[in-house]
Design a protein around this ligand. Structure first.
Ligand code: NDP
Ligand code: GDP
Length: 324
């Protein structure tokens, strides 16, 4: 029997790669998209992967319970992947309420809709390493005590615990993937890696002269989205639902990540980087590095793409986009 999956946030980076992965596995894929999602976005990411005609798009919004229930009634999913969110940390200080509504309460809506309409579906929640924020230094795993540092992180922590609450209260097969930063050529320009690879490509082609950034001393554990969506799928293939940290275990500063990108195009970062205090955040997460031993042990998951390989892929994709 063909398995059926419903993905919220299918117009986003992870939604697109996950749809591609599930289609390759023979799933029938349904994607929830806001009415405001314009065709351009669908074409952009799903089109880039050549799968825009292979997924069924259903209208819905995480803040509208009825639309989620209706989407689940139509999709009759075996697996639900909740990837929709207001996903930008920096925007979350400007829009704390919307962030709480979508990234936090929206997940309560999703869990409630699943409980009412698709209680036997396996449920994946897209949690984030941002919940660790200012936690004790060192590599974070599933036992690390969270300390959110932004409205986004606070909303994600609520959503994470709601997933646990629904699992423990109603016996739902609900798992939370605590994913560290993951990037790709499909990453939005709001995030630092893609901003950097796009700028490196623009400067190389003579379309720009400088790269303006905020704090370049913070450190992140960056993996490739293609690897990370496989971990989501693996979580839902387990007999027991659980929570897993997904990370590479390597932390690199924003500055060193920039150097990798500028090396790819044969330019010197020092000649183009401008530090702009306006881009500093009200509170920073100085370092995020994850320990994915549990995922390795139980899911058999391990990252396959290095940061250097990923940045190279992103720079090449940005050069190709800009040339065309
Ligand atoms: P993106 O920002 O690329 O995608 C977010 C998606 O959510 C888009 O499809 C967007 O739709 C949709 N969305 C936003 N608001 C709503 C709403 N009210 N109702 C329905 N859909 C909505 O994120 P990623 O693909 O990078 O991330 C996927 C998930 O994983 C997110 O929850 C994110 O917070 C989380 N995460 C991501 C990490 C990363 O490094 N990428 C790390 C850890 C967690 P639209 O096209 O209409 O805007
Ligand atoms: P985050 O870890 O989810 O917040 O992912 P981002 O890619 O948005 O940010 C990663 C780090 O890059 C953070 O420490 C930011 O403060 C830092 N950073 C420095 N300059 C910028 C910038 O111009 N844009 C973004 N998005 N981040 C920046």
């Amino acid at each position: 029997m063909t398995r059926r999956a419903l993905i919220t946030g299918i117009t986003g980076q992870d939604g697109a790669y996950l749809a591609q992965w599930l289609l390759a596995k023979g799933y029938q894929v349904f994607g929830l998209a806001r009415q405001t999602s314009h065709q351009g976005l669908l074409d952009h990411r799903l089109g880039w992967l050549g799968i825009q005609d292979k997924v069924a798009i259903l209208p819905g919004d995480l803040v509208d319970l009825a639309s989620l229930m209706e989407a689940m009634e139509i999709a009759r999913p075996d697996e639900i992947y909740n990837l929709a969110a207001q996903s930008s940390v920096s925007l979350s200080w400007q829009q704390p309420f919307i962030t709480g509504q979508v990234t936090g309460l929206g997940v309560a809506n999703m869990l409630q809709a699943a409980k009412l309409v698709a209680p036997r579906a396996r449920f994946y929640q897209g949690s984030s390493s941002e919940i660790f924020g200012a936690a004790e230094p060192g590599a974070h795993d599933e036992t690390t005590r969270p300390h959110p540092r932004s409205p986004y992180a606070a909303a994600k922590l609520y959503a994470h615990w709601m997933t646990v609450v629904y699992r423990e209260s109603f016996g739902m097969h609900a798992s939370s993937g605590i994913l560290f930063n993951h990037e790709s050529p499909l990453r939005s320009l709001d995030f630092v890696t893609r901003k950097v690879t796009d700028s490196a490509a623009r400067i190389k082609l003579g379309l720009a002269r400088e790269l303006r950034l905020g704090n370049v001393e913070s450190r992140r554990d960056w993996g490739h989205a293609r690897d990370y969506v496989q971990a989501m799928w693996l979580m839902l293939q387990q007999d027991q639902p659980d929570d897993y940290v997904i990370a590479t275990g390597r932390s690199v500063s924003v500055r060193d990540m920039c150097k990798i990108a500028f090396d790819c195009v044969g330019l010197r970062l020092e000649d183009h980087l401008v530090i702009d205090p306006e881009l500093w955040r009200p509170a920073e997460v100085d370092e995020l590095v994850g320990d994915a031993s549990k995922a390795r042990r139980i899911l058999g998951w391990a990252p396959t793409v290095t940061l250097e390989e990923m940045i190279q892929e992103m720079v090449e994709a940005d050069l190709a986009r800009l040339r065309s």
